[in-house]
Design a protein around this ligand. Structure first.
Ligand code: 9YT
Length: 136
């Protein structure tokens, strides 16, 4: 059994900080679960265009208010505590944080650890299990 706390992740290599978000990577590929689990804090006012070409992601909002826009349909969905969105088709999307957001994020395949977005809003396929961009 793995038991790990946010306090243990804070200040370790599993805490990834960027200008707009901080991701506390509680479970990673090396933990052998087949997915990674993160608590992600998004700064208020952030507007993040993303397309995870190599991963599927589910995002569950625990705190805060925001919006997620599905680029292909043009639909915008409100995000608040208790809302989940799942990027089951490598969907291009734009996440807006109207207030600070606290999110629980699950990635399949699991992130390896240091991933941050490239210029297309994707994470690199560091895992041997990652779905490669060219096959999507
Ligand atoms: C919601 C979202 O995708 N934010 C970017 C950070 C990502 N969730 C992560 O690495 O924890």
């Amino acid at each position: 059994m793995i038991v790990r706390t946010l306090e243990e992740v804070a200040g370790s290599e599993r805490e990834i900080r960027t200008e707009h978000w901080t991701s506390m990577r509680l479970l990673l590929e090396e933990d052998g679960m087949g997915f990674s689990l993160h608590e992600t804090a998004i700064m208020a006012g952030s507007e993040l265009p993303m397309t995870y070409r190599n991963h599927l992601e589910a995002v569950y909002c625990v705190e805060g208010l925001g919006e997620v826009a599905d680029v292909s349909s043009g639909k915008t969905h409100p995000i608040g505590p208790g809302t989940v969105y799942a990027l089951n088709d490598h969907d291009s999307h734009i996440l807006k944080a109207l207030t600070p957001l606290r999110l629980v994020c699950v990635f399949n395949p699991a992130l390896v650890g240091p991933e941050v977005h490239d210029e297309s809003g994707s994470y690199p396929a560091l895992s041997a299990f990652a779905v490669r961009e060219e096959s999507v």
